[in-house]
Design a protein around this ligand. Structure first.
Ligand code: ATP
Length: 343
């Protein structure tokens, strides 16, 4: 029996890259799940705290994230949908794992290394200054391990950038098993469910990914954009001056990005989609991309706006999700406490 688990940060309104790269995979997994699969999706507020947050904005963002997931088709009857911070076991288990994880293992995380690369000693540029980073940034892969193992997840759908963290989760599970379980098999070692990675690129600089941190909003399509906004952004997307349309991500990244977006909207093969445009111009392609995006986003956008106003419903979904999540982790947590001698 599969237990599928994944989490997303409460970043508020998502962009097209987040949808095609992450959320759409969740929806597909849910809709194609076997009847006996257990599926859990969580909005990870504790993880968000590793970066500075404005409390008022965070409380809006987490609710917006819940509304977004529902609007795009996560069905709380089929998936356990909850806020991480509504089930105390994540933090509890993470503390226990903190106490069995060697520092060296955390230092090897590439996410940590790339954080370190951003902080330079004011007096000596060649030195990094760890004191500029908080401890949560260092230990959050442990919290991730707790998120996953609390539910004895067997499959974790993540992008390739997360495989190192998943390996750490397996190492922690194994360390716990060897330390506390005479049978050495208490925690299930979860597997990565590599989901198709549809990298969506910036509309203005296709050598970079579409990202929420880019200061220029015209580089990305937001899931709340109106048709007029979508159309304007797609029209001004960077392409090339080569005649005719071909799919060639290396030499024609802008054009290829538009083709990939169109193929994703149509759930079709990108090479097949490209064939239709071989003797057409960028104007025609852009018009079709805008319309396809509108087709994809129209329904979820209005559902999102409706849900956003319905706080009572959102709170009820969160409450029910939290109850289900707590029920699923309870037995594991009791056993863990017994094994470590604190029950
Ligand atoms: P940042 O600007 O910090 O990169 P982001 O919202 O653009 O933030 P993340 O928060 O890092 O992206 O990612 C959230 C999820 O969305 C992850 O699963 C990630 O793989 C996916 N994702 C983000 N950007 C893209 C993209 N351009 N194409 C495909 N998937 C993406």
């Amino acid at each position: 029996r599969r237990v599928i688990f994944s989490g997303i940060q409460p970043t508020g309104i998502l962009h097209l890259g987040n949808y095609l790269g992450a959320i759409s995979n969740w929806v597909k997994l849910q809709n194609e799940a076997r009847p006996d699969d257990d599926i859990l999706f969580t909005i990870v507020g504790w993880h968000a705290l590793t970066l500075p947050q404005n409390p008022k904005e965070l409380s809006v963002s987490r609710r917006d994230m819940l509304a977004t997931l529902l609007a795009f088709g996560i069905d709380p009857k089929r998936s356990v949908l909850f806020y991480q911070e509504d089930n105390p076991c994540h933090v509890e288990l993470s503390w226990i794992f903190n106490c069995i994880t060697p520092l060296g293992q955390l230092r090897r995380m590439t996410t940590w290394k790339s954080r370190l690369a951003t902080v330079r000693n004011a007096n000596d540029e060649s030195e990094v200054d760890e004191s500029l980073l908080n401890a949560g940034l260092f230990t959050y892969p442990i919290l991730q391990a707790a998120d996953i193992l609390a539910y004895q997840a067997t499959h974790v759908p993540v992008g390739e950038d997360q495989t190192q963290h998943l390996q750490l989760t397996r190492d922690i599970a194994d360390a716990f098993n060897r330390t506390f379980d005479p049978q050495k098999k208490f925690f299930t070692l979860p597997e990565v469910l590599i989901t198709p990675n549809r990298r969506v690129r910036s509309l203005k600089d296709p050598s970079t990914k579409m990202s929420k941190s880019n200061p220029d909003p015209s580089t990305r399509i937001m899931l709340t954009d109106t048709f007029a906004q979508i159309d304007k952004k797609i029209r001004s997307a960077v392409t090339d001056s080569i005649h005719g349309i071909t799919y060639d991500p290396v030499n024609r990244p802008g054009t290829s990005n538009l083709l990939s977006i169109l193929a994703a909207c149509e759930n079709a093969d990108v090479e097949e989609v490209a064939k239709r445009y071989v003797d057409k111009g960028h104007g025609v392609l852009k018009k079709d991309v805008s319309e396809a995006l509108e087709g994809l986003l129209k329904g979820p956008r209005s559902e999102f706006e409706r849900l956003r106003q319905d706080r009572g419903y959102l709170d009820a979904v969160a409450k029910e999700g939290a109850e289900k999540a707590r029920a699923r982790s309870q037995k594991t947590m009791e056993q863990v406490r017994t094994m470590i001698g604190l029950y």
